[in-house]
Design a binder for this molecule. Structure first.
Ligand SMILES: Cc1cc2nc3c(=O)[nH]c(=O)nc-3n(C[C@H](O)[C@H](O)[C@H](O)COP(=O)(O)OP(=O)(O)OC[C@H]3O[C@@H](n4cnc5c(N)ncnc54)[C@H](O)[C@@H]3O)c2cc1C
Ligand code: FES
Length: 256
């Protein structure tokens, strides 16, 4: 178990919180796609730690960005700068970081591991296009956050917003892909709801081996002991543990 001190906190709108924590090992070892298990309360309530993707690392600090969806995230949102948090990490595997060219597709809070990945691609000068979708105008705070960096981005919103593709981010991607003059083999990295992965899987001219996805499942321990995060293997018997074998998988490896 590690202890990390909160060094920066800010709300993005009313339901998203960005936290920066000081912990040397995580800040130096984490790669995009990995996560931490955070104790959201003190003592045994809530009993289970909660998994959060790593947003970015800088010197001896790393960032988290989470959505308040239930009791654990509600309690965590009340922590203040200077408080200590108990956590485990970095856990799981990460994305591959050496493609020739990449497409990143994320929806809602699914942008967190992709944001870290986009920073690494920028440093490595790997060309990429980032597709990011929100459900409604309230989530526009995430767009404002992302446009603080100059990533090449295409945005979508399921409500009508000027300058945004109107629909899901996958629809925006498919539209772009069909109009794109170059269909050269690009690596696709996706993080979002299951429906997004199922639709990607159905795309005829993209191989599942070209696609890496980061899965979100309910997690009890975060390191392969409790078996709460099992996902069925595709084409062979048995299960993967999302926490230990993932959360990043090639799309062709898992049963959706
Ligand atoms: C590897 C991984 C990385 C994650 N990264 C992030 C992140 O960067 N930012 C972020 O906001 N969230 C992330 N999550 C989801 C986050 O862990 C949950 O939202 C959080 O655990 C909810 O805790 P809670 O006590 O507030 O909600 P609970 O009271 O436990 O649940 C509230 C609602 O959220 C749903 N929920 C809870 N946990 C999950 C989960 N693991 N997957 C899908 N739905 C869930 C429940 O079904 C319920 O509807 C990640 C999950 C995983 C597995
Ligand atoms: S969360 Fe316990 S085995 Fe994966």
């Amino acid at each position: 178990m590690k202890k990390a001190k909160i060094v920066k906190k800010r709300f993005l709108g009313t339901s998203f919180v960005e936290l920066w924590l000081e912990e040397n090992d995580i800040a130096h070892l984490a790669i995009p796609g990995q996560f931490v298990m955070v104790a959201t309360g003190s003592g045994y309530d809530p009993f289970l730690k909660r998994p959060f993707g790593i947003l970015a690392c800088q010197e001896n600090q790393f960032g988290l960005l989470f959505e308040i969806v239930g009791r654990g995230t509600q309690i965590l949102s009340q922590f203040e700068v200077g408080d200590q948090v108990d956590l485990l990490g970095p856990l799981g595997n990460g994305f591959s970081v050496n493609p020739n060219e990449a497409i990143l597709i994320g929806g809602g809070r699914g942008f967190v591991p992709l944001y870290f990945l986009a920073q690494i691609f920028t440093i490595k000068k790997i060309p990429f296009q980032f597709f990011f979708g929100i459900k409604n105008r309230e989530e526009k705070v995430l767009i404002d956050y992302l446009t603080e960096l100059s990533f090449p981005m295409i945005f979508s919103c399921q409500e009508k917003v000027d300058g945004f593709y109107c629909g899901t981010i996958l629809e925006a991607f498919i539209d772009w892909y069909h109009h794109s003059p170059s269909k050269t083999l690009k690596k696709i990295y996706a993080c979002g709801p299951l429906g997004m992965f199922q639709a990607l899987n159905r795309m005829k001219d993209i191989q599942p081996s070209q696609i890496e996805v980061s899965l979100e499942s309910r997690m009890g321990c975060g390191y392969g002991v409790c078996l709460s995060c099992a996902v069925k293997k595709k084409g062979s018997p048995g299960y993967f543990h999302v926490c230990k074998d993932g959360p990043v998988f090639q799309l062709g490896e898992i049963e959706l």
